[in-house]
Design a protein around this ligand. Sequence first.
Ligand SMILES: [Zn+2]
Ligand SMILES: [Zn+2]
Length: 61
Amino acid sequence: MGRTCRNICLRYQADPVPNKIRYEIGQKRCTFCGIFMKDCDTRCICCKAVLRTKPRSKKKE
Ligand SMILES: [Zn+2]
Ligand SMILES: [Zn+2]
């Protein structure tokens, strides 16, 4: 509710790299906006959704 992609995230979009090293180099994924971001806090600056910091194939911590 209230989550909207305003395309602000595009300014923070991470550089294109192989997916398997995305998380290793600190990129975070916003599942709502559907992009990887860099230089971001724990929440997406665009839609405020919590960013994913680890591959979902692995369990938390
Ligand atoms: Zn967005
Ligand atoms: Zn977002």
